[in-house]
Design a protein around this ligand. Structure first.
Ligand SMILES: *Cc1c(COP(=O)(O)O)cnc(C)c1O
Length: 371
């Protein structure tokens, strides 16, 4: 019988390979903490996931598709791209699909950002941005948010240089919550050279108040340098399946298809995304979005009552600007059964999750203020 060994016990050979020095300077992506499994009821409100499992019809479609997993998926994801193209009023060739919109953003960086080129984005914003930019040899130009935790578009326009190749606007902004208006983005675009790509990351679009949501479809039609990023990970509840896409103009779309990993999105993911676009599923998803918005209103009203002044959130999350107290506040919530996400000394983000989790959030936020 061979001796029982584990990888931990093996000494391992000396490792002398050269890793690109740029990678040493990069922060590691910190995923939202899982809810600990220690017997007490805990809620995970740390990754902006949907508290709802996938819609039944979507899950069934993905499960059925698993039976064909001995075959490679359609590399071009044509059925899905045709449906998305119809939805967005563009040719299917203008839809770029990959394993989540983070992957599509990575493709975007690889398509347009060369060694030493600059990428401008707000900070704080989505923590994947610095990693995607830095790991592909680009230079991040982070423009601080305003004191109301919104994009400072004036400062972002001023940060554009000869080296700028890409600008990312995140609306609603993760992790702080405020969104941009159509007018704000149009005015901003007037100040951006036409050869600089402007990506609008709309991961949380569906949670926005529909009456005031930014008109990105029109913005896209008017500007040849705009690309829209969308995901199935949030409202659609498919975070674990990994699928997202970009709506791009033809030349950029072609470039994205050139750099993307072949066969990136899996067959069940493609099929599930496609099923999510069916009319009756869209209706159910719209009801879920409304439920989340109602819960967000309920939570923010209760927090305001307690004296909290939070940035106005249009996402499925709220942001507590507790500064140096961020780690302590997250730990305080953790001890009471709610897993939140702390961002250095900037603040703490809480996902609007199950009703019980939201009740607990209100309770914990109140207890924190009274402590
Ligand atoms: C969650 C999120 C995404 C989605 O990422 P996927 O790779 O599609 O799961 C994209 N952008 C932002 C800002 C997000 O918060």
């Amino acid at each position: 019988m061979p001796a029982q060994t584990t990888h931990d016990q093996l000494p391992g050979p000396a490792e002398k390979v050269r890793i690109r020095p740029a990678l040493e300077a990069l922060p590691a992506y910190v995923p939202g903490k899982p809810a600990a499994d220690d017997g007490t009821r805990r809620f995970k409100a740390s990754s902006n996931e949907s508290p709802f499992p996938p819609v039944d019809a979507v899950r069934d479609a993905a499960v059925t598709a698993l039976a064909g997993s001995n075959r490679y998926p359609d590399m071009a994801a044509l059925d899905l791209r045709e449906a998305l193209g119809a939805q967005h009023g563009v040719d299917p060739s203008q839809i770029a699909v990959s394993t989540g919109s983070v992957a599509v953003s990575g493709d975007l960086v690889r398509a347009v950002v060369g060694e030493g080129d600059e990428v401008v984005y707000a900070w704080r914003s989505f923590e994947a941005y610095p990693i995607l930019v830095g790991s592909h040899g680009g230079v991040s130009v982070q423009v601080p948010l305003t004191d109301t935790f919104e994009h400072d578009l004036e400062a972002m326009a001023a940060a554009i240089t000869e080296r700028t190749r890409l600008i990312v606007l995140c609306t609603p902004n993760n992790p702080t919550g405020p969104s941009l208006s159509t007018e704000q983005i149009e005015e901003f675009l007037d100040r951006v050279p036409e050869d600089v790509v402007v990506a609008i990351d709309e991961a949380y679009r569906e949670f926005h108040d529909p009456a005031t949501v930014v008109g990105t479809a029109g913005i896209f039609r008017r500007h040849g340098n705009v690309v829209l990023l969308r995901t199935f990970s949030k409202l659609q509840g498919l975070a674990g399946l990994r699928i997202g896409y970009a709506v791009a103009h033809p030349r950029l779309a072609r470039a994205l298809s050139q750099v993307t990993v072949p066969f990136g999105s899996s067959l069940p993911a493609q099929v599930a995304a496609l099923a999510s676009l069916r009319g009756e599923v869209q209706e159910e998803l719209a009801e879920r979005a409304e439920w989340i918005r109602d819960e967000r209103s309920r939570v923010t009203a209760a927090l305001a009552e307690q004296g909290w002044q939070l940035p106005v959130s249009q996402g499925n999350f709220v942001f507590f600007p507790v500064g140096e107290g961020s780690g302590a506040f997250a730990a305080f919530a953790d001890e009471r059964g709610l897993v939140l996400r702390a961002y250095g000394n900037d603040g703490v983000r809480a996902t609007i999750a199950e009703q019980q989790a939201n009740d607990l959030l209100i309770e914990i936020a109140g207890a924190w203020r009274r402590r």
